[in-house]
Design a protein around this ligand. Structure first.
Ligand code: FAD
Length: 444
């Protein structure tokens, strides 16, 4: 009899798992359950449709439903899995009863943390995730004059930029002292915040949201610094692991609230795997478990989980977390951590930064870039980096992630070779300059 592989979740992790399982064992029966109406769309593109950079939501669909039927993947849309029974090797599915499995992949993703304030029952609160809801909200946005974005998380930054770009009066409310303060350093965020001011965005840092006000529909946010009138509130609190099903089945949950997995993405239960935002993984430098990474991490983890569920032997490495995004009129990004987080974690480091340019200084549209490198004090191995600039952030973040992973030192980077081509890169590479500055400070 063919292996019965069940995947709970139709996001990046679940779809990655289903496809990889089929690749490893084409005879396996692969069934996916999702609460949503669709799979294989890019939620990452939603803020840019709202911001009018992308003309339509249709462009965010990456695959048709028929393509999955043809691939032999049986997807049950708008279908909630209610429970997992490990002893009986079955799940309980709303409207379908019990379904047996040989291998299970849990890819239930994330939910936005409850803001924990009165008024969350009101209408007019937008939790950005499902593309169908996003299409409905996009029509609402046509009539919205003012919006509050609650918390300067990665999504908060994207939505603030999108709404500002759309011409909506946008207020960003966050209890921390600057945007993305848990990840990014203040010098990295300063140009972003200045560009938001130019775009008309109003920032309320060091400000707690205390209640959402209104009768049926939200009309204002009560904050520690006064009330802010709002037609809608976009909830951008941090991403929590949606691990209730796993926890209910007795599968081990870690300190972040995510499902604990080993390097094969296997959980504590025999034949059960987990992947994506519902799971926690060790950080490559600190080995501290972290959760709530990106869609690219979720997809890659899903592929490992699915392949192994089908009998493969793939391994997923600890994560060094290259990241990047557009915020305001800038691109920001980095790898691992910056000064603020390293300090908070008590990790000793030396640091060097450089302001440079992304093309030859005489070439049209040359952009500024700031690169900051963190290294461990003993051997000067790179442990983190942060950047802000007009272009070239993604490529540098990807490269620096490999540099951290492979133990590259400041000296390696200080004297690295680099491409010089007027439209693509300047004579002096800002990464090298930052490394040279870090080393120069050691001599002082
Ligand atoms: C607006 C937005 C912008 C983003 N931008 C980026 C970006 O720029 N770059 C990037 O890399 N990533 C981005 N992401 C990706 C995101 O941050 C996550 O990392 C990614 O969605 C995680 O994928 P996942 O499959 O683990 O979980 P999810 O996408 O959360 O999917 C979970 C799936 O599980 C299903 N599910 C949950 N519980 C049940 C149940 N009981 N029964 C049945 N089905 C269930 C859901 O229906 C859903 O299909 C963005 C996401 C959003 C929403």
């Amino acid at each position: 009899m063919s292996k019965r592989i069940v995947v709970i979740g139709g996001g990046a992790a679940g779809i990655g798992a289903a496809g990889a399982a089929k690749q490893v064992d084409s005879a396996a029966s692969v069934t996916v359950y999702t609460e949503f109406e669709d799979v294989a769309y890019s939620p990452c593109g939603i803020p840019y449709v709202h911001g009018k950079e992308i003309p339509s939501f249709e462009q965010l669909f990456l695959e048709t439903k028929e393509a999955y039927v043809e691939a032999g993947i049986d997807i049950h849309y708008e279908t909630r899995v209610q429970a997992v029974d490990l002893k009986r090797r079955e799940i309980t599915v709303e409207g379908e009863g019990t379904v047996e499995f040989d291998r299970l992949v849990i890819a239930t993703g994330f939910t936005y943390a409850d803001p924990g304030i009165p008024g969350t029952h009101l209408e007019g609160l937008y939790y950005v995730k499902n593309i169908r809801r996003a299409m409905e909200w996009d029509r609402v946005l046509d009539k919205v004059r003012s919006a509050v974005v609650l918390e300067a998380s990665p999504l908060g930054l994207e939505m603030t930029t999108a709404l500002g770009h759309r011409g909506i009066e946008t207020h960003l409310v966050d209890p921390r002292p600057w945007a993305l303060a848990e990840v990014a350093d203040p010098d990295i965020m300063q140009p972003v915040q200045e560009s938001w001011t130019e775009m008309g965005v109003q920032m309320h840092f060091n400000t707690r949201a205390e209640a959402l006000l209104g009768t049926d529909h939200v009309s204002a946010v009560k904050t520690s610094d006064g009330d802010i009138p709002a037609d809608i509130v976009v909830i951008c609190t941090h991403k929590q692991a949606e691990a209730e099903l796993a926890e209910g089945a007795g599968i081990r949950i870690g300190s972040t609230g995510g499902v604990i997995v080993d390097e094969r993405m296997a959980t504590s239960a025999e034949g059960v795997f987990a992947a994506g935002d519902c799971a926690e993984l060790p950080h490559g430098v600190t080995r501290v478990p972290i959760q709530g990474l990106s869609g690219s991490h979720a997809y890659a983890q899903g592929k490992v989980a699915g392949a192994n569920a089908a009998g493969g032997g793939r391994v997923y490495q600890p994560v060094y977390v290259p990241w990047g995004m557009v915020a305001g009129r800038w691109m920001i990004g980095g790898v691992s951590f910056g000064e603020t987080l390293a300090t908070a974690l008590g990790i000793p480091f030396i640091v060097g930064a450089a302001n440079g340019i992304t093309r030859a200084r005489y070439y049209p549209d040359v952009k500024k870039i700031r690169v900051k490198l963190l290294a461990e004090p003993k051997h000067h191995r790179l442990i983190g980096a942060q950047m802000v600039g007009g272009e070239g952030i993604k490529e540098r973040a990807d490269f620096l992630a490999v540099a951290v992973k492979t133990g590259i030192t400041l000296a390696d980077l200080a004297w690295m070779e680099n491409v010089y081509s007027p439209p693509m890169g300047a004579l002096s590479e800002p990464i090298a300059a930052a490394a040279q500055n870090a080393l120069a400070q050691l001599k002082d």
